[in-house]
Design a protein around this ligand. Structure first.
Ligand code: ADP
Ligand code: MG
Length: 233
């Protein structure tokens, strides 16, 4: 599904350059649930943004579902992004003046789904994250955990091949974090490929594989025994 070879990325700032990713090699098969783990500043978001086609890389190769992602124009990148990828962010990134279902429906708008079908589909995905009754509520009327579930429904609604989550539990208390990870595990159970960036050990162990990033290189890549959130209760 994802294949990365010798990936390098530097940020240029005036005459200075910060070498952030220093030769990353890894691949992800369909159906995996992978944690990308590392301390702050290790390059996790940089890597995820490149995987998400939100940023370019300098050297190496990135192939997504058989397509070489390199030097794509803005339009082509946007098309691939809509078709292949769903995003979940630490800060939810919901639109404040739109209701839960309208937020979930937004990617469908870009896929040119008609309004009626958008609403039906958005409500189906909201129901799948346990928010059927919250469809008409604004983000400000929802708790942090509920907001993240709306964001997950939004990411799922476009039926992407891969879900990319950057610190999805970073703004949540531990009980709510675990509820979000429970949902992520259940979505993965149905076969969705998911990458979760985190700096938290317990969150990483709720995935099936942990890729450890340190100073822009992968220092360890291990298969782990998945801790099931549902077994906590
Ligand atoms: P992480 O997500 O692991 O905390 P990041 O990928 O966000 O790490 O950042 C890695 C390094 O790159 C940090 O030193 C950060 O300050 C720097 N960095 C990130 N984004 C930019 C940018 N747009 N311009 C310049 N430097 C950046
Ligand atoms: Mg980050």
């Amino acid at each position: 599904m994802i294949e990365i070879k010798n990936l390098h990325k530097s940020y240029k700032m005036g005459s200075n350059s910060l070498h952030v990713l220093k030769g990353i090699n890894f691949s992800v098969q369909e159906g995996e649930l992978v944690a990308i783990m590392g301390s702050s500043g290790s390059g996790k978001s940089t890597l995820l943004n490149i995987l998400g086609m939100l940023d370019n890389y300098d050297e190496g190769e990135y192939t997504l579902d058989g397509v070489l992602i390199k030097d794509l124009g803005e339009t082509k990148a946007a098309n691939y992004r809509n078709k292949f990828l769903g995003f979940i962010f630490q800060s939810f990134n919901l639109i404040n003046y739109k209701s839960a279902w309208e937020n979930v429906a937004l990617p469908l708008y870009y896929q040119r789904v008609g309004r009626k079908d958008r609403k039906t589909k958005a409500e189906k995905y909201l129901a799948s994250v346990g928010l059927k009754e919250w469809s008409d509520h604004l983000p400000s009327e929802l708790s942090g955990g509920q907001k993240q579930r709306v964001a997950i429904a939004r990411a799922m609604a476009a039926e992407p091949k891969v879900l990319l989550a950057d610190e999805p539990t970073g703004a949540l208390d531990s009980k709510t974090s675990h509820e979000v990870m429970d949902l992520i595990q259940k979505i993965n159970d149905e076969g969705k490929t998911i990458l979760v960036v985190t700096h938290e050990e317990d969150i990483a162990h709720m995935c099936k594989r942990i890729v450890h990033l340190k100073d822009g290189v992968i220092v360890r890549d291990e298969v782990v025994e998945q801790v099931r959130v549902s077994s906590y209760v």
